[in-house]
Design a protein around this ligand. Structure first.
Ligand SMILES: *Cc1c(COP(=O)(O)O)cnc(C)c1O
Length: 376
């Protein structure tokens, strides 16, 4: 065991999946890109599939290949556009690429024919995200290019929403506009006699707020990892449970006299005699340095659930270590565990808002040297 670890609660994942299943009644595609938003793609994928998720999604061929190597044989969508030289790997790993232009479809087609495969492709329509995807007007022609080709078949038709997690009226209107454009494009594909395959659009925000976006399959990511967008009252709109708890251990404790400074830059000095603990966790592990003097960690021992103690970070967060002001009356002892976020402490979403970012970035940034420890 290492002093610092990310505990991943797989039971919470099952509960979150059940919640999305009950709410939408649709097939679920779970994005496990970026190592499952930092949670560990393989364990997340296995648990998700056993809980009824039917599709996975990744962003690089390598992410997909690793899942295949580990024996995952569920369908996997590849969200990003990849280089021509990666396409043979994509095909041999049985990934389902998204495509939104004729040139890329041609490359996919020629490689698929060469490999003697019928490659499933998802047509991506850009309805207002502005990232990848075709102009909606071109959708029927591209759908027909895919479905008429020898090496490809149209497995799905998709779009991505830019502001679906926002409850501002102008954002809700934008999402509605995107969905209208998408529906019209899908209709046009059907009107030229082509089956659009699985129609899918809904990310977390759309699963939460836009029932008319669910179509045949939903693709919520962060929601399944336990973070829901807020309703107009500023309260999480769905009761999902965060999966990740970042834990560390007090490996050193010392008495610090009033006026003594702690860490680089001397931005913290003791206002009174106190005890200061050190944990082996720093910005290289993904603890954002902007949290220096600006976050509280939860002491787990000797305090019990009813008497839990949140104690402030003291001084600059270093690369591999940081310090905690334990207080003058501290009963904390060396080797006591602490929680930095998640579990009984404030979760990554709270940390994210303090840093003006999103929970995705907090969990993705937990470095690979922090072992992921799975609990049920
Ligand atoms: C990442 C991603 C999702 C999931 O987004 P969340 O906001 O995590 O729900 C869905 N679709 C596409 C295309 C994505 O890239």
């Amino acid at each position: 065991m290492q002093a610092t670890q990310a505990i991943i609660n797989l039971d919470n994942l099952r509960k979150n999946i059940t919640l999305v299943q009950k709410k939408t009644g649709k097939r679920i595609c779970m994005p496990v890109k970026a190592d499952a938003y930092g949670h560990g793609a393989l364990s997340i994928a296995r648990t998700a599939l056993s809980a009824g998720v039917e599709y996975l999604a990744v962003s690089t061929v390598e992410e997909g290949r690793k899942l295949r190597e580990a024996g995952i044989n569920a369908p996997i969508i590849l969200f990003s556009i990849v280089l021509p030289e990666e396409i043979d790997f994509l095909i041999s790993a049985d990934l389902e690429p998204m495509a939104g232009d004729s040139e890329y479809i041609d490359v996919l087609e020629s490689r698929a024919v060469k490999a003697k495969k019928k490659l499933p492709v998802h047509l991506k329509i850009d309805t207002g995200m502005g990232r990848i995807g075709c102009n909606p007007a071109d959708a029927p022609a591209l759908a027909s290019q895919i479905s008429k080709s020898k090496g490809l078949h149209l497995a799905g038709t998709a779009t991505h929403l830019a502001v679906s997690d926002s409850v501002k009226p102008e954002d809700a209107a934008y999402t509605k506009m995107q969905l209208d454009i998408f529906c019209q494009a899908v209709e046009k594909i059907k009107n030229v006699g082509i089956n659009p395959g699985i129609v899918h659009a809904a990310n977390t925000g759309a699963v939460t707020f836009h029932n008319d976006s669910w179509f045949d399959m939903v693709r919520p990511g962060i929601l399944l990892y336990g973070y829901a967008p807020e309703n107009p009252e500023g309260i999480p709109a769905l009761e999902v449970l965060p999966l990740m708890e970042l834990r560390s251990t007090l490996v050193f404790i010392k008495e610090v006299k009033k006026g003594q400074s702690i860490s680089y830059g001397r931005i913290w000095t003791a206002k009174e005699d106190t005890f200061v603990g050190t944990i082996p966790l720093g910005y290289a592990d993904g603890l954002n340095r902007l949290l220096s003097n600006n976050w509280q960690v939860l002491l787990l021992e000797n305090t019990g659930r009813d008497n839990r103690k949140l104690r402030p970070l003291a001084g600059r967060i270093c690369m591999d270590q940081c310090m905690i002001d334990l207080g003058r009356d501290s009963t904390a002892r060396r080797w006591d565990p602490v929680t930095i976020f998640g579990g009984l402490a404030p979760h990554a979403g709270i940390m994210a808002s303090l840093l003006s970012t999103i929970p995705y970035e907090i969990t993705c940034n937990i470095n690979k040297r922090v072992p992921r420890v799975y609990i049920e």
